[in-house]
Design a protein around this ligand. Structure first.
Ligand SMILES: Cc1cc2nc3c(=O)[nH]c(=O)nc-3n(C[C@H](O)[C@H](O)[C@H](O)COP(=O)(O)O)c2cc1C
Length: 353
């Protein structure tokens, strides 16, 4: 049997195999932030096709952290019921599912004419709004930390098997961690201890509120745009801190996965993540450019605990079943048109008819 199909036990969660569906915005959410029937079907299909752990798309913890109209919300109790239907459908089909919770920070839409908020007034690439972001006060940061904790309480009530805090790509928590976007001089800027503090407090608060045994995951970038060598040391700090906080596993992505995929590369961040995994003993999930059982073997053989996949599952939600049946690799071109196609055509992939 392929190693990816072996069961795995993390601290407080047992999974039937090592394959993860990475968080994926499908653009089919209802415009009031609730889960649509179509989304439930998407997750049900994934669950029926040999994926051990499904991670939902990022759900905003507050309307000020929302990035698109069709994004799901977990910012109030009214959203719990729709999510409950989704967790029930996935559990019935035989998989586990956790919710990714996020705040888009500088990437968010304007809310009631107000600019998005960020660690510092530094714009990010591809923001949802042209407005210059406003730097958060320490008091406003406290409010956001509480919004993450409140969101996680709802995640548990909705029947999810855990929660993933989104600290990757160019969203709020990664803006704090990355010195390119964080120019603060208070306890949330400067040293890595300070830059990771907002994530640390959110995770610690969730654990305190929900109990040590409720699974909490973190997604982070394994690389950044500038001074990436120094960022390696930051990652070691983050991994060690997550271990101390009782995080189940860290999922490592990167800021530039779209460009790397278009170059035809595979397993973009393997070398770096394997090095971090060797230095700090906390389970690691690698995402980015994993397309076949051969890729998965190469990742797992380097000491990484789980493999995570996004774009191939958009094209072929039954990819793992097909690989088991003998298909060699995903047909995904890593073209990333899945970011724009659903809005333009209603289709999710260039391969869909
Ligand atoms: C259409 C689309 C939507 C995505 N939505 C999310 C998301 O909601 N949260 C997140 O952390 N990453 C999101 N990602 C990034 C993926 O989870 C993943 O990190 C990245 O696509 C690299 O993996 P892959 O090469 O297997 O696609 C998205 C990617 C795509 C293409």
């Amino acid at each position: 049997m392929n190693k990816a199909l072996e069961p795995v036990k993390l601290r407080n969660i047992e999974l039937k195999n090592r394959v993860v569906r990475s968080a994926t915005q499908d653009y089919f959410g209802n415009h009031d932030g609730t889960v649509s029937e179509e989304q439930i079907k998407i997750h049900e299909t994934l669950a029926a096709n040999n994926i051990g752990l499904i991670i939902t798309a990022h759900n905003y913890v507050t309307p000020a952290g929302k990035v698109s109209l069709d994004q799901n919300s977990i910012s109030a109790d009214l959203y719990i019921d729709g999510h409950k239907k989704q967790t029930e459908a996935v559990h019935k089909a035989g998989a586990k599912i956790i919710m990714q919770i996020s705040h888009a920070g500088a990437g968010a839409m304007e809310l009631d004419g107000n600019p998005p908020v960020a660690p510092s007034a530094v714009p990010i690439p591809f923001p949802a709004s042209d407005a210059t972001p406003k730097a958060l006060t320490a008091q406003e940061i406290e409010v956001i930390i509480q919004q993450f904790i409140d969101a996680a309480v709802r995640v548990k009530k909705a029947g999810y098997d855990g929660v993933q805090v989104h600290g990757a790509h160019q969203y709020l928590f990664s803006q704090f961690l990355n010195p390119v976007y964080n120019k603060r001089t208070d306890e949330y800027g400067g040293s890595v201890e300070n830059r990771f503090r907002i994530s640390e407090r959110a995770i610690a608060g969730i654990k305190k509120e929900l109990g040590e045994e409720f699974p909490v995951f973190l997604k982070v970038n394994s690389n950044i745009e500038e001074n990436d060598e120094a960022y390696y040391d930051d990652l070691i700090y983050v991994a060690q801190k997550c271990k101390d906080l009782g995080v189940e596993a860290i999922e490592y992505s990167g800021f530039n996965f779209t460009a790397l995929g278009r170059q035809g590369l595979r397993k973009y961040y393997l070398d770096r993540v394997a090095a971090v995994r060797k230095e700090v003993d906390i389970p690691a999930i690698l995402v980015g450019g994993i397309r076949s059982f051969k890729d998965m073997d190469e990742v797992l053989d380097r000491g990484i605990d789980m493999v995570s996949i996004c774009r191939p599952f958009i094209s072929e939600p039954d990819l793992i079943s097909k690989l088991i049946a003998g298909q060699e690799e995903s047909r995904c071109l890593s073209c990333s048109k899945c970011f724009v196609l659903p809005k333009r055509t209603g289709k999710r992939c260039v391969h869909h008819q």
